[in-house]
Design a protein around this ligand. Structure first.
Ligand SMILES: [Zn+2]
Length: 245
């Protein structure tokens, strides 16, 4: 089964995500004011860019497959095995294929809370009916969770590529002599949804090759050099020419 998941994620990465990464990368430089007045053509077919897309695809498949294993493991802990029948567990796992570990655990908690509620509110209801109702509710919740995860993946993967596109664009303009020494400045979207991690980074200026200190495990080499800092992070960087004194 794990091999099948890996293949499913590979198909997703090679098909839809490759297009999404390519388009977001190409759009990246358009968000940079320093490139506005330069007649410069962004080359999206460089070995570096093609390698980034290929690597991102491979890492995406690895991470998703591992997440999938962890999600199933979360549903098969001792506590879960002791508290549910084998049939219940089998039926709980199925809608959770494709969810993260956290989502799968939340779905199991939701299922358990429905069971507990129904038992309390309807003491005479048959256990079989209670489980059926809980299963249906958990299935509906899983559908919502799948949509949320799909949105998170699309948003976050676009952000990875968009920000790298801007960086490649600025570097190409530098190589062609249009720009001098540059710094990058963290820029949050500025709305109320900005998290504490990103708020702390707002306005921070560092060298082009330096990393931002937003912590967490690097998902791929260079992850910390640019936004996004976390899933659904809407931050960007602004490139600014260094003033020589
Ligand atoms: Zn952010």
């Amino acid at each position: 089964m794990i091999e099948e998941w890996r293949q499913d994620y590979s198909i997703l990465a090679a098909g839809r995500l490759k297009n999404l990464w390519t388009m977001a990368l190409a759009a990246g430089p358009a968000g940079q004011p320093v490139l506005d007045n330069i007649v410069f053509e962004f080359n999206t077919q460089t070995p570096g860019i093609m390698e980034w897309i290929r690597e991102r695809g491979a890492d995406f498949v690895t991470v998703c497959t591992r997440e999938q294993k962890d999600a199933i493991a979360a549903l098969l802990t001792k506590k879960m095995r002791d508290g549910h029948t084998v049939d219940e567990l089998a039926r709980m796992i199925r809608p959770c294929i494709g969810l993260t570990e956290g989502q799968a655990a939340a779905n199991a908690r939701y299922y358990d809370s429905i069971i507990a509620n129904l038992k309390k509110e309807h003491p005479r209801m048959k256990m079989e009916s209670i489980r059926k109702k809980a299963r249906e509710a958990a299935l509906k919740y899983a559908e919502k969770q799948h949509r949320q995860r799909a949105f998170t993946i699309a948003q976050t993967e676009s952000a990875f590529a968009y920000n790298r596109g801007a960086d490649y664009g600025v570097r190409q303009a530098q190589e062609q002599g249009y720009l001098g020494m540059m710094k990058k400045r963290w820029s949050t979207s500025g709305d109320d949804a900005v998290c504490a991690v990103c708020s702390a980074l707002e306005g921070m200026e560092i060298d082009m090759d330096a990393e931002f200190n937003f912590g967490g495990r690097a998902l791929f080499p260079g992850h910390h050099m640019l936004p996004p800092a976390h899933p659904r992070c809407a931050c960007a960087v602004e490139y600014i020419e260094e003033v020589m004194e």
